[in-house]
Design a protein around this ligand. Structure first.
Ligand code: MG
Length: 407
């Protein structure tokens, strides 16, 4: 048989020749929690990326709120389309800086897997429901999804992703003193690939939240003329493409904003890598400040736009109404399932009573007992609700509380 045109060793040799010295090569990974044989031709981070795309939580992002509940209309962003935009931009940045694109892409694809339905309102509601059981944080829930809750393999729970993809959840969390973060302490700061995904996340959502708010009529182009970042991008568009107005102008300004912020991010990051003499992933981990960053000027302009979004979009009466509805639905479902656990689907009931589906004896670390002990009904209910789409939570609410309503 002819030799395979590309083996993992070939790919590692390609990485050795292509990656910048401060990028994370797949051969230096700390590996997976459960030992697995390597693949013939797919590299470690490539497999992580593909495991994420095929998991249940990834598909459910189709029906999860970014800022606006999925049922408002069908052309604003959902968690899934936001994730795809972040991933695309993060790959562009990673390639330009010669970082590990597969790792960057895996982290970007996974970064919102742990979000509850109804956006941050859902997260706040679950945090309150679970306050006596460790609370709820979407980053740590993302880690639990990929470590324990996804059921794809008979040999181990979760997706068994590499250390570098898993640690990005923890580094992004404000609760890194939680017990499940212990294994990541001492690894140092985030790799450049994780910093890119994180910074691009904010670039993407600021820009597309503005675009979606315009599309829904929450704000107008005149309102945005008072936002310095938008006003400067508009001037740039008028400079190279005069005569645009309305929708064509909106689209052109959004494109200009993305291109401008990406160019600024690349320039400032390159400057910082030189200034701090970053020569290796170890230098990156030891750095005392973020290396992937916008220039001070663009940071200031972005802060102005974020203030505007907070005042005019995130507190818009329609967003507040959706927020209140989402919280009410999740709180009611939580109380009902805790009161009557027999209503839970069988799979979740089994997690509560301690049985599992594992073929053969379960490995000893099947459950991270510190946060989600078997037998803690509230934690199991929280996991069930956090995994739902907005639409499914609404349907469950109707099924339980409005059974006579025609669906
Ligand atoms: Mg995000």
């Amino acid at each position: 048989m002819a030799k395979s045109p590309l083996s993992v060793a070939d790919w590692q040799a390609f990485e050795d020749g292509w990656l910048a010295p401060y990028a994370m090569p797949s051969r230096a990974s700390r590996g997976r929690r459960h030992v697995e044989p390597g693949h013939e031709f797919r590299s470690l981070y490539q497999r992580d990326r593909e495991r994420i795309v095929h998991c249940t939580a990834f598909r459910r992002m189709t029906g999860k709120t970014q800022v606006l509940v999925a049922s408002v209309n069908d052309h604003h962003r959902t968690r899934l389309t936001h994730t795809l935009e972040v991933t695309q931009i993060a790959r562009t940045v990673a390639r330009r800086l010669r970082l590990n694109e597969d790792l960057t892409e895996a982290i970007a694809l996974a970064h919102d897997l742990g979000h509850a339905p109804f956006g941050h309102a859902g997260e706040d509601a679950l945090d309150l429901c679970l306050k006596d059981h460790g609370g709820f944080d979407h980053n740590l829930f993302g880690l639990r999804r990929v470590d324990e809750l996804e059921e794809r393999y008979p040999q181990f729970p979760g997706l068994n992703l590499s250390f570098e993809v898993r640690e990005a959840f923890v580094q992004h969390s404000g609760r890194d003193d939680a017990p499940e973060c212990a294994e990541f302490r001492g690894a140092g700061g985030p790799l450049l690939e994780a910093q890119v995904a994180d910074t691009v996340d904010s670039l993407a959502y600021d820009t597309h939240d503005t675009d979606d708010a315009l599309g829904l009529g929450f704000i107008t182009l005149d309102d945005l003329a008072r936002v310095d970042l938008w006003a400067e991008a508009t001037r740039r568009v008028r400079g190279h493409t005069p005569g645009l107005g309305g929708q064509p102008l909106r689209v052109a300004v959004v494109r200009e904003l993305l291109a401008w912020q990406v160019a600024d991010l690349l320039e400032e990051t390159t400057r910082r890598l030189e200034q701090f003499r970053i020569r290796s992933p170890e230098d990156v981990r030891a750095a005392r400040e973020p290396l992937v960053a916008f220039s001070p000027r663009v940071r200031g302009l972005k802060a102005g736009r974020e203030r505007f979004l907070r005042e005019r979009v995130y507190r818009h009466h329609r967003v507040l109404r959706m927020t209140a509805n989402g919280k009410r639905i999740l709180r009611a479902l939580f109380e009902e399932y805790v009161r009557s656990p027999e209503l839970l689907p069988e799979k979740h009931l089994r997690r509560w009573i301690g049985a599992s589906d594992v073929i053969g004896p379960p490995p000893p670390d099947w459950v991270t007992a510190a946060r989600n002990p078997l037998g803690c009904l509230e934690s199991v209910v929280g996991d069930y609700l956090a995994g739902m789409t907005d639409r499914y939570a609404q349907l469950e609410y109707r099924r339980l509380f409005l059974p006579s309503t025609e669906l």
